[in-house]
Ligand binder design. Structure first.
Ligand code: PEP
Length: 248
């Protein structure tokens, strides 16, 4: 069965709750497309107003992170149960900005992936190499390691529902997009890695996004690749351009 494309915006630390609602009003008519899954991943404080603003549309709401703990004395954190109760469906885990600024390890990200599944959330697990790693020729080894650790103890049935976002760090927010060949090569490598961990059916079902300076001008070519099932979009998800990406 053909995989449905998934195009997710990562709003990062942008938009106050009232600005978020305004942005939803602007984007709702632009992102209508039932052939793809459209997700707005928004800051925690915007989740409830955004869920309210997109009610009755084709848009699903995602979080940008969550705790691997269930509840308790973890000041400032948000649990999977809280997200589910609010109506969240997806959660970005292991974004390179969290790996870098919050020192998140692949082991911690694995705990979050497991907790997301336990609660019925779909994880969008990010992986990606630095420019130095690409220049050293270790991109695929590095990504395979991030995927293997991130998916430890995840069952094949769960993995089939998961989303992996390949985001070369040097392409995030820089305006430098990976070439179509570079993006496809790594997404294909991730699918092969999933086939090794699980089986061909799991590899055929899992959705793999490309992320890194995706815009209305380059989305169509990227998403036409055999192993690229959509995009994780930062900067362009805050603008009308996101409509062009969704309707590539
Ligand atoms: C991201 O942060 O997930 C991202 C892909 O950002 P941008 O599209 O701005 O490069």
């Amino acid at each position: 069965m053909a995989r449905k494309k998934i195009i997710a915006g990562n709003w990062k630390m942008n938009k106050t709750p009232s600005e978020a609602v305004e942005l939803c009003k602007e984007l709702i008519p632009l992102v209508k497309n039932d052939d793809v899954d459209v997700v707005f991943c928004v800051p925690a404080i915007d989740i409830i107003p955004v869920i309210d603003a997109v009610k009755g549309t084709n848009i699903q709401v995602g979080a940008e992170d969550m705790s691997f703990e269930d509840k308790g004395a973890f000041t400032g954190q948000i649990s999977a149960a809280m997200l589910v109760d609010a109506g969240v469906k997806y959660v970005i885990l292991g974004h390179s900005e969290r790996r870098e600024y919050n020192h998140e390890t692949s082991e911690e990200i694995n705990k979050k992936v497991l907790k997301a599944f336990e609660n019925g959330l779909t994880p969008i697990m990010c992986c990606g190499e630095t420019l130095a790693q690409r220049e050293q020729g270790i991109t695929l080894d590095w990504i395979r390691q991030q995927v293997k650790v991130g998916f430890q103890n995840v069952t094949a049935d769960q993995a089939k529902q998961a989303v992996i976002a390949y985001e070369p760090i040097w392409a995030i927010g820089t305006g430098k997009t990976a070439t179509t060949e570079q993006a496809e090569e790594v997404c294909k490598g991730i699918r092969e890695c999933i086939a090794e961990i699980y089986d061909d059916a799991t590899a055929a079902a899992i959705r793999i996004q490309y992320g890194g300076s995706v815009n209305g001008g380059n989305a169509a070519e990227l998403f036409a690749q055999a192993d690229i099932d959509g995009g994780l979009v930062g900067g362009a998800s805050l603008k009308a351009d996101f409509g062009k990406i969704v309707n590539y």
